[in-house]
Design a protein around this ligand. Structure first.
Ligand code: 5CA
Ligand code: ZN
Length: 409
């Protein structure tokens, strides 16, 4: 499917810095050394409700990854999926008495508009689960040939024991994995499975649910993890630089996906870094479509909130921390946006070369956006306090804030 329009990324003078980022698999920071084309896969939405601030925060983190890479004059090959068929989507369509295809299309359209408004760079390949099915079927068949998949009442499961590296993305113990599997789409209690954690690769057609031709698998629909693996392998291949998503995807989604890919290709690892963003909460609980405690990007836009202020709210929190959305954090961001806009609207100001390097250094250090904002705050404060004579400075600050932080002043 098509993605959304790209905002232009201004080129900056001087030298960009290589990204050091936290990798869930090793539990530490890794300095990535992508080739001339950096490769990133970021898990997309399940389109049964509008984009909320939690989604926006996660996509903001991976937008920064791209901006750091672009600043080092690399190209970025970015792939994102849309889980446009899955249980929660079908259940919501059922509950609301709407067609599931129409619901997915409506919410995906709104997501594109939100991403455009927030100046998130689009993926080069934006792929729906449904359109990926012809590529998924042969992978499941191959896993079966390899002895890594088995059938249970027509459904096909992946055997986690077929991957010697299983468990090395999330590093959780068996009890924690079992608990999370039950919470996040798995079925550990289903009788007949070889291992309770084994995830479904192909679900045989159910009465009243959509299904597709699965070749030797019979009619059905794909499991969640194999969807992302098929899309990632098709467009990026093995050993790509970053697999991204929120921290709730580390297990089981990214763990299972890595295992599928590693067994399919015999290569390890699937990604050089598994990067996870913290969870945004509202009223003390993780913002989630299933709980309904949501602040929508589109809702704020409708209320006249400047998307640049929404983006500054996201940037004010380190991507790995869990944080709470409040009216106050948005107001703080609106104040900051006002101060910055006033500071760059003067004909001259304090020199900004050092500031550009500070922003670069902050982002290259595990995407420390709050430190980058603090550096811009200091420049803006100096501008308001004492001004300066550098006629190029306000323009340079504007371009740097746009290129590196995605905020248009
Ligand atoms: N379609 C799958 C991924 S293949 C999915 O998880 N979709 S989602 O719509 O539920 O979430 C989309 C992205 O937003 C995921 O990376 C998820 O981890 C992230 N996300 C969801 N809720 C929050 C939250 N409250 N805070 C931060 N990120 C969140
Ligand atoms: Zn995914």
């Amino acid at each position: 499917m098509h993605a959304w329009p790209a905002s232009e990324v201004p080129a900056l003078p001087g030298q960009g810095r290589d990204l050091r980022i936290h990798d869930t698999a090793t539990g530490g920071l890794v300095t990535l050394d992508p080739g001339p084309v950096a490769r990133i896969y970021v898990c997309g939405i399940t389109p049964y409700d509008a984009t909320h601030m939690g989604h926006a925060a996660t996509y903001n983190a991976f937008d920064l990854v791209q901006r750091v890479w672009l600043d080092t004059k690399r190209q970025v090959h970015y792939v994102q999926n849309v889980t446009d068929v899955d249980d929660p989507l079908l259940q919501r369509a059922d509950r609301d008495g709407v067609d599931w295809v129409a619901l997915a299309e409506k919410e995906t359209t709104l997501f594109r508009e939100d991403m455009t408004a927030l100046r998130m760079l689009p993926p080069q390949h934006y792929i729906g689960a449904v359109e990926a099915i012809p590529g998924i079927v042969p992978l499941v068949e191959r896993l079966r040939e390899l002895g890594a998949a088995y059938e249970l009442d027509g459904d096909v499961y992946f055997s986690v024991e077929s991957d010697p590296h299983f468990g090395q993305v999330s590093n959780l113990d068996a009890a924690a994995m079992r608990l999370l599997s039950a919470e996040r789409g798995g079925d550990p209690d289903r009788p007949g499975k070889k291992n309770p954690l084994d995830p479904m690769l192909w679900m045989a057609a159910r009465e009243g649910e959509p299904s597709w031709d699965g070749g030797t698998l019979g009619r059905g629909r794909p499991g969640w993890h194999i969807e992302c693996v098929a899309i990632a392998l098709d467009h990026l291949g093995m050993g790509f630089d970053v697999q991204g998503g929120g921290s709730d995807l580390a297990f089981p989604h990214h763990e299972m996906g890595a295992s599928h890919a590693q067994v399919l290709t015999g290569e390890f690892p699937m990604a050089k870094a598994y990067v996870h963003a913290g969870m945004v909460a509202l009223h003390g609980e993780k913002m989630s479509k299933s709980k309904g405690n949501l602040v929508f990007v589109s809702g704020l836009r409708r209320d006249g909130v400047d998307p640049a202020a929404i983006r500054l709210t996201l940037l004010a929190h380190h991507y790995r921390s869990d944080w709470e959305w409040t009216d106050q954090v948005l107001r703080d961001a609106e104040d900051r946006l006002g101060r910055w806009r006033a500071a760059v609207s003067r004909p001259d100001g304090p020199g900004a070369d050092a500031l550009v390097d500070e922003i670069r250094a902050a982002l290259a250090d595990d995407l420390d956006a709050p430190a980058a904002l603090a550096a811009v705050d200091r420049w803006a404060e100096r501008q308001h306090r004492e001004g300066g004579t550098d006629t190029g400075a306000p323009g340079l600050v504007s371009r740097a804030v746009d290129a590196l932080l995605g905020v248009a002043l």
